[in-house]
Design a protein. Structure first.
Length: 386
């Protein structure tokens, strides 16, 4: 494969602060590739997290595995169809999963707590802040929090809509608590130049500075047999965390002492470098995508104005509007090539923008019969990705 200028196959120099760490543990890792929780694997992962805790680092674990635990308890076959039945398995398995964690962490004299979150919990700004305050309070008290999607009421993940998987949830948690590093552990070694199972010459990409269409193409593939996430969802999670100023590492959780070695700075897996400017809390909430109600596609001139000139978004630069939203809602913003530019709070509804897109600012009042200003999204209400 041809070299891509923002990725680096081979070795890199990894240097990042690890005061606050989010570790995501996937189902395929926790089950050891089987159809039930593997307590030997879990015990070793817990040992590593416990050692970080003793070092004075603040750690939050985002854990999959509830449905697998429920399936094991009922003695069901691996393949289960239908959202209601999967929700039943999640209900049964969640207590089983937490019981295992409680027993394992108790061996290290660590108290754990649980947070079950849904997209709706965080889409409201007040709910987002409440969740943030709770997680930060747990860290302050020295409680190790285990976070999972609330599968009993949320259908995103088990309905296989990509946003609801625990990769993206872990990025949201890293966003919530201002984490320094997000470690995504699974049964893959990172992002490769090709599928390493089918191409002997596939090389591990150790560093990604920017997620662009070339990186997305490399990540394209299928989910694992047990879990709901694949490399595509990990790249989606990395994009969100990077925009929030978080370093992301995707690594093979089966590697010996992988968590400890990564936090110590060893070069394992693929690291995704954070945006140079760290976003504030309001900007991180906007960038999370939790409250986005629509999508605007810009022409190349408007894209340059936002990216390079620190300008507001005007109607003249808008080519396409998607979704139904009102004035004051958050919208995602894309360039003409489909790259995600950022997001912003719109001054006009979707119907208004459909009527004024491509028009000069002076024509807005004549087209609508009213005018909320020249800017469709003011610069103060924009978050632009670097």
């Amino acid at each position: 494969m041809a070299e891509v200028d923002n990725i680096k196959p081979g070795l890199d120099s990894r240097d990042f602060s690890c005061r606050r760490v989010v570790v995501k543990l996937g189902t395929s890792l926790l089950t050891g590739g089987s159809d039930r929780l593997n307590e030997q694997v879990m015990s070793d992962l817990v040992r590593q997290v416990a050692q970080l805790h003793r070092q004075g680092r603040e750690v939050v674990v985002v854990s999959s595995g509830a449905i697998a635990a429920g399936r094991e308890k009922l003695g069901l076959a691996r393949e289960v169809r239908g959202i209601p039945l999967k929700q039943v398995l999640a209900s049964i398995g969640q207590s089983r999963l937490m019981n295992v964690y409680d027993r394992l962490f108790s061996q290290h004299n660590i108290t754990i707590g649980q947070a079950l979150l849904t997209k709706d919990d965080l889409s409201d700004r007040a709910g987002y802040l409440n969740a943030r305050n709770t997680l930060l309070a747990m860290l302050e008290l020295g409680v190790l929090c285990i976070v999972n999607e609330n599968d009993v009421v949320a259908v995103d993940e088990i309905g296989e809509v990509k946003f609801g998987d625990n990769d993206n949830l872990s990025a949201l948690v890293a966003n919530l608590i201002d984490a320094d590093v997000l470690v995504l552990l699974a049964d893959v070694g990172g992002l490769y130049t090709a599928d390493p199972h089918r191409h002997a010459d596939a090389r591990l990409i150790t560093e990604v500075k920017r997620i662009d269409p070339a990186v997305e193409k490399l990540a394209a593939g299928t989910a694992s047999a047990i879990g709901t996430g694949g490399m595509v969802t990990k790249i989606e999670a990395a994009r969100l965390a990077m925009a929030s100023g978080v370093t992301v590492v995707i690594a093979d959780g089966r590697e010996r002492d992988v968590i400890l070695r990564l936090v110590a700075g060893e070069k394992l897996g693929t690291s995704f470098l954070p945006a140079p400017a760290r976003l504030d809390s309001r900007q991180r909430w906007m960038m999370s995508g939790l409250s986005a109600r629509g999508k605007l596609v810009l022409d190349s001139g408007a894209a340059v104005a936002l990216r390079q000139q620190n300008r507001s978004l005007l109607a003249a630069g808008i080519q396409q509007v998607t979704g139904k939203f009102q004035r004051g809602d958050i919208v995602d913003i894309y360039d003409p090539d489909g790259a995600h530019l950022g997001c912003g709070i719109t001054s006009y509804s979707s119907g208004d923008i459909a009527a004024i897109k491509g028009a000069h600012s002076g024509e807005i009042a004549a087209l609508l019969g009213y005018d909320y200003g020249a800017e469709v999204v003011h610069r103060n209400n924009l978050v632009v990705l670097d």
